[in-house]
Design a binder for this molecule. Sequence first.
Ligand code: ATP
Length: 536
Amino acid sequence: MAYQLSNLIRARFPMIYITTFEEDRVTRYIRKVVTDTKQVKFEREVYIWTQTDGLRNDKTGKIIADTVCPCKMLEFIRKHDKDSVFIIYDFHTNFGVKNRTPDYNVIRKVRDIIPDLKLGTIRKTVFFVSPELIIPESLQKEITIFDFPLPTLDEIKTKFDSMVNQNSNVQLDLGEEAKDKLCKAALGLTLQEAESAFALAMVNDGKIDISDLSIILEEKVQIIKKTGILEFIRSDYTMKDIGGLDNLKKWLLKRNNSWSEQAKKYCIPAPKGVLVTGVPGCGKSLTAKAMSTIWQLPLLKLDFGKVFSGLVGSSEENMRRALATAEAVAPSILWIDEIEKGLSGLGSNGDSGVSSRIFGEFLTWMQEKEAPVFVIATANNISNLPPELLRKGRFDEIFFVDLPTLDERKEIFKLHLAKRLKDKSVAAEISLVKNLCTELAKRTEGFIGSEIEQVVVSSLCDAFFENRPLKFEDLERNIANTVPLSTTQREQILALRAWANVRAVSATKTADLKKYSKEVGENDITSARGGRTLDF
Ligand code: ATP
């Protein structure tokens, strides 16, 4: 990181934009880089500007008179005759935030000083440091965005140690390994947020030990939630909770621990991610959740729709922040649910190309990311997916999840009945039915997983209402009352399959599909299947 920023400074990039909530940390960092002659060759003075005080010499603390006005401050920069960097806080307000039009005089003045910054004999660099990324169109070629990463584990550990040292009354009951765990749990937070989470853990009972892990994780869940576009999902689903989809499950299991030291010996490239498309309600989301448990990695769900809607802050900034958070907690899994929702407006002129730019950035990130972030994208409506997303090299594999086969339905019934029939008095009659799940599977041709679950739940409601054990007839009746999605959305499913046959691999294992195609009749929706057959 240091190398990169010092290079930008030495190469006379005139203006660098850093989006962050961590003004202090960024300022400390810039100060360190520009006063280190090994990195920048010539030491620079540091000036800091705020809308309230104007420019201040960072070393002497002296305020430069008459620089509160942005144009006057910029003129000072232009005339200044010593090698310097100028750290300008919150200038985005002049570039135009919501409900405030851009100040075109200021934008013009910014452009006026650029030739001097680029070509003048004095070395000067301007840093815009702001929590929001707003760059006017006319300045986009001149301002370089620098991604300032969230704190590393070492930085968080240093903060933790300093807090413990400062609070001598807090009892410390931690070995190195436990401390490592606590600090790792704070990855993905700003230093300020990590500090608050540690402080909360300390004041809780006057001591800090491994039991505080849950407090820190809970804080992290809340903080990530506040971004409005990322959600930290805690799951205890395992692959055993998914009926069928054996091909997909096996593929995922084979990639477990791909980031371990052991895997490095095999020179396996870190997996990029997987796209899981298919019929709704057949276990795509369930798979993402189970993966996080099996791989023991944090699962962050990104709401692509919100990123592009601009409802929560600036869309570009949202995307950057989400990716930076996923990288900071890496190795991690980034789950983009219903990826097509965010991409449906792509290419339209309504947003002056912002969506296309964000999407382009996302694709580049997918392609080039070095941090071990595995992306699992799920999609129902593939017609909205841009072809660039499906190009080879983006995802390691594209899977298609179809209506469950007979064996898969049998498994799904078994799972949902076993999960709920824990009380013997409720299960008494149903457990006597011979080949129960086979019988139910036979009666639910064309049902999706969530419909099967619903049949079980509704039947239990009926039994509960009448205060009696569950009966086979309850399940039969609820099956008969269900009009499956495969009937109401027959055309859409057939179209999905036609798409998948050339682009995706079937999530169901081949043996299951073959066996299945012999069992069913002529009905195209239940006999044909989507996705290429290929076993992993
Ligand atoms: P959507 O795109 O509509 O969100 P989805 O494919 O992601 O659909 P899930 O959310 O994974 O579907 O499934 C909905 C519910 O249906 C799950 O919580 C689960 O209870 C049940 N279900 C679906 N498929 C399966 C399955 N293969 N095994 C077990 N349960 C399943």
